[in-house]
Each structure stands twice: as C-alpha cells, then as structure tokens.
Design a protein around this ligand. Structure first.
Ligand code: TXA
Ligand code: MG
Length: 325
C-alpha cells in the first residue's frame, strides 16, 4: 500500500516496517530503538542479522541520542554534508539495540536528503534502515521495485525516483586515518576539500571487510551475469543487455537492450540498478558494461566501479559467502 506521511509514522511507531525514500536508494525502515521492529526488517528482507544497519536522523540532537560524545570530526562532516549521502560510523550509546549494530560497539548514522523522510523522522525519531531490496536483488530506486520484490506486501512512503541511485559513502571515524568503508557520491576529494579531513580507501583490505560486515556479502547482483568489456562490439546480441558510457552506435538506436549514457555518469549511477532489474525482466543472460574511463574525473566513478565490480563477482568474489544483502 502507498502510505500518507501520517500513516507511515503511525505504523512505524507501532513497531511495523515501512519502505522510505532517500536521495540514494529506498530503505526498509523501523524504529531504531525497538528491537522487535528491527527484527522484522531482517525477516522481511531475508537478510543475515550479523549485518549492521544505518540509523537515519533528522537533527544533530538525534545524533546525541545515539553516541555518547559527538566527535569533532563528525560535527564538521555533518555541517559540510548533511543532509546528504554520507554515513558516519561512530561509538554507540548502550541504548542503541545490538540488533541494529550487529553487536558492534559502533553505530552507522546519516541524515538523508529527502524532504518526506526528514518530515517522517521528525514524527518518529531515529529510523534504522538497510536498502529496501529483498536480499539478493539490486537496491530499489523506485517504489515499483519494492512492489516487485515483495509482491506488494510491503507498505511504501512514495517519494518518487531516487536522485542519486547508489548507496551512501560509509566513513569509519573510529579508525585513524579515517577510512572509507564504501564509496558513494561523497568522495575523498570532496571531504578533503570541504573539511580538510584526509581519508583512506583500501577496497580489498580484509580488515575493512570485517569492520563493515555488509561488504562481505555479494551485493548489488542481478540474475544476469555482469561483465565488463573494453571495446563496444560491432554487433549487439539480443540475449545481452548493454550499458555504455560513450555514445550509442547509430545502428543500435531504439534497441531496448542497448543503453548509452553519453558521458553522463550521474545518470548512469541513478539508473544502474533500474537497468539491472530491466535486464532481468527481459530475460537477458548477460549485462555487458563498457569499462569506465580510468583517467577521467567524476565524483561517481569510484562508486560506480565498486558496485559494478561487486555485481560482476569480480574483485570481491573471494569474499562472497553466497548470501546477498
Ligand atoms: O544510502 C544508503 O546508505 C542506504 C539508504 C537506505 O540510507 N542504506 C544502505 O544500507 O545502503 P545497507 O544496510 O544496505 O548498507 C549499510 C552498510 C553496510 O555495508 C554495513 O556493513 C555498513 O553500512 N555498516 C553499518 N553499520 C556499521 C558499523 N557499525 N560499522 C561498520 N560498517 C557498518
Ligand atoms: Mg543494501
């Protein structure tokens, strides 16, 4: 069912789960301080419960409810980037239920940049939410994706299509130097430029995988096999779905399985998961993606590379455990 803001807040306060819009992807939300409600998130998604969740807030006062002492770096980053696609991992208060943090001594927090969800959190208090996909499908960026995943059995606060389309940057403020655990639309360069904080990103570091357990599972995977190609082929197979960042070759004009973003990487990110789902819906056996340019700068390139590599089972495949988030 599509809910009004009031219905969504009443359901959440009574311990139910509701799918909520954010600027990145839709989340499956519950009251962060109600462990039974949070358990329903894991049951609904079919997600392993050692995987910690992000708590979504609408004010710095709410941040103080989650952490014993707001670190100075968190305050600086919050001022620079919130509301926005940046998640901060900080020490947690004992009141934050273990089921939210997967038993870790830290909690991941962000203030999402979506007016409806900010209004909702003002009514409900902090809401914890993973991406709203059923475990094993790509993150949802439109209400119809959620309806498809759960046969319309999950209630949705409809906030339209997500602007960014890729999950938030996750930053671990408890490590020195500060570590990027998951790349997103807020990059190391933007953080350095706006706050002077230096960060480190080591995608293959096993210690980081243990620190951010969500990254251990194979993520973002459609049913079709995802692979990179370095050169656009002369002919396009009907059984494959093509995502190209350069211009579409003239003879593929109008083909539903050949998509070109003509250098618009923001649009590529916004539509990536939507295309993964369309490829599966069309029954394509492969999703073939043109290699991203190594020498070009665009803030979304590191995040796009990360998600596509994980979807392809590429560099991360050794860590895959067969479960998906
Ligand atoms: O954009 C987003 O971040 C979306 C929207 C809904 O906010 N949420 C999202 O949640 O992507 P999820 O659960 O799919 O991913 C959360 C990530 C996982 O990689 C998880 O391991 C990491 O954040 N994480 C959560 N709590 C953590 C903690 N205490 N320490 C380290 N990593 C943590
Ligand atoms: Mg997820």
């Amino acid at each position: 069912m599509i809910l009004t803001l009031k219905q969504a807040s009443e359901l959440l306060l009574s311990g139910e789960v509701v799918a909520i819009p954010t600027e990145t992807v839709y989340g499956l939300a519950a009251d962060a301080f109600n462990p039974l409600a949070v358990e329903k998130i894991f049951l609904t998604k079919g997600r392993p419960s050692d995987n910690p969740l992000i708590v979504h807030i609408c004010s710095l006062d709410q941040l103080a409810e989650l952490t014993p002492a707001i670190p100075a770096s968190a305050r600086t980053l919050a001022e620079a980037f919130w509301p926005g696609p940046l998640t901060l991992v900080i020490g947690k208060r004992p009141e934050v239920p273990d089921i939210v943090t997967g038993g870790l001594p830290t909690v991941a927090v962000r203030m999402p940049d979506h007016p409806l969800t900010l209004a909702l959190i003002r009514l409900t208090g902090p809401l914890t939410a993973p991406s709203a996909n059923r475990s094993g499908t790509p993150s949802p960026t439109r209400p119809s994706h959620i309806a498809d995943d759960y046969n319309s059995s999950v209630d949705i606060l409809d906030g339209g299509e997500c602007k960014i389309g890729i999950e938030s940057t996750v930053l671990d403020l408890t490590s020195k130097p500060v570590k990027i655990l998951r790349p997103g639309a807020i990059t190391a360069e933007m953080i350095q430029h706006k706050t002077g904080i230096e960060t480190m990103y080591t995608p293959d570091d096993q210690k980081d995988l243990n620190k951010s357990p969500g990254t251990r599972y194979t993520h973002y995977k459609p049913k079709a096999t995802v692979r990179w190609i370095s050169r656009i082929p002369g002919q396009f197979k009907e059984s494959a779905y093509y995502l190209l960042h350069s211009d579409t070759p003239g003879d593929s004009e109008g083909s539903e399985n050949v998509i070109s973003f003509s250098g618009d990487f923001s649009l590529f990110a916004q539509k990536l998961y939507d295309h993964f789902r369309t490829a599966d819906w069309l029954g394509c056996s492969e999703i073939i993606i043109e290699d991203l340019p190594p020498d070009q700068f665009h803030p979304l390139l590191p995040a796009l590379r990360d998600r596509i590599s994980k979807a392809s089972g590429g560099e991360q495949s050794d860590y895959a455990r067969g479960t998906q988030d």
